[in-house]
Design a protein around this ligand. Structure first.
Ligand code: G
Ligand code: G
Ligand code: G
Ligand code: MN
Ligand code: NA
Length: 258
């Protein structure tokens, strides 16, 4: 309850901040994209002071009370502004992947607010991606399909987050306008020790490719995992092997210059 009360004023008080985690191209070891991860700088302001609160501590609360809608909209807008700012400072933009939760999909105004953000910031929609969990997609069926269709028509790419943790099949997911899947880090963790996990990951990669989906492996922490993923034809990887999520000033140093 205490957290919920202090969350109420957090957006207006500039307590939220975006962190960025690199997603690497496995073949070239170059930066491919960055995932945007929200942080709450409780009691601080504009990226300074306070105590850093992680999403698992507050996302469930703001999902439950509906504050995810305005806060999630702020995340999308801030990511677009950041991308435009980096570009104006001479950095080569890479796509930024923003997480969308189930509750954001149930909100009728989502498509309109995305459209307004694209208009206001002038960002190229190809530089924004949305990550949606398998479970969120399954929850709302037809309505979700319609909303994803609108987002896809705007030129924003969609990916399936935490793949393998839900109950859907890749064949079913093909009904959605999705271009990329992210294999949950639970399957990557023991890749070097577990023949079973290697078989699962190899099968996901092979089937994804035959369905024209690109694949990101999450939670890559070792060179051994990296080499195995490369051997199985996985294109992209994200994890502590490359970088933890970092604030904008650090993320900027990872971007190539134009
Ligand atoms: O940052 P961290 O690696 O602890 O993120 C944990 C989880 O919190 C992510 O996997 C994601 O599901 C969720 N999350 C982080 N940032 C956002 C956000 O901006 N919006 C939503 N809806 N979820 C987020
Ligand atoms: O320092 P200032 O009050 O202008 O920062 C406003 C917010 O804009 C900060 O919270 C910061 O996270 C964000 N921001 C993103 N990119 C930049 C940047 O390149 N410079 C500054 N100063 N702020 C940035
Ligand atoms: O959207 P998603 O829930 O997948 O967000 C990624 C989460 O996974 C974040 O909380 C991030 O801090 C965490 N994470 C990112 N890379 C690694 C990693 O290599 N190992 C582990 N254990 N966690 C990671
Ligand atoms: Mn994600
Ligand atoms: Na994930």
């Amino acid at each position: 309850f205490e957290l919920e009360t202090s969350l109420r004023g957090a957006l207006a008080a500039h307590e939220f901040e975006l962190y960025f985690q690199p997603i690497m191209d496995i073949g070239t070891r170059r930066l491919h994209a960055m995932e945007v991860l929200l942080r709450w700088r409780r009691g601080g302001k504009d990226g300074k002071g306070g105590e850093l609160v992680m999403p698992d501590q507050f996302i469930p609360i703001i999902e439950e009370n509906g504050m995810i809608v305005p806060i999630g909209e702020w995340v999308i807008r801030q990511a677009c502004k950041q991308s435009m700012l980096w570009h104006s400072q001479g950095m080569m933009p890479v796509p930024l992947a923003v997480n969308l939760s189930a509750r954001q999909f149930m909100h009728r105004g989502l498509v309109e607010s995305i459209r307004a953000i694209l208009d206001d910031t002038g960002i190229d929609p190809a530089l924004i991606e949305f990550e949606i969990t398998e479970t969120a997609l399954m929850q709302h069926g037809e309505q979700t399909l319609e909303i994803l269709g609108h987002i896809n028509a705007m030129g924003i790419r969609l990916s399936i987050d935490d793949f393998g943790t839900g109950y859907s099949s890749l064949a079913y997911l093909k009904r959605f306008p999705v271009k990329k899947i992210k294999i949950d880090r639970a399957f990557i963790k023991d890749l070097e020790q577990s023949a079973e996990d290697r078989a699962i990951v190899a099968a996901i990669i092979a089937l994804s490719h035959s369905l024209q989906l690109s694949v990101v492996a999450e939670g890559v922490e070792t060179e051994g995992q990296y080499a195995l993923l490369q051997r199985h034809g996985c294109q992209f990887a994200q994890g502590y092997l490359f970088s933890q999520p970092v604030p904008h000033a650090t993320a900027q140093l990872l971007l190539p210059r134009c």
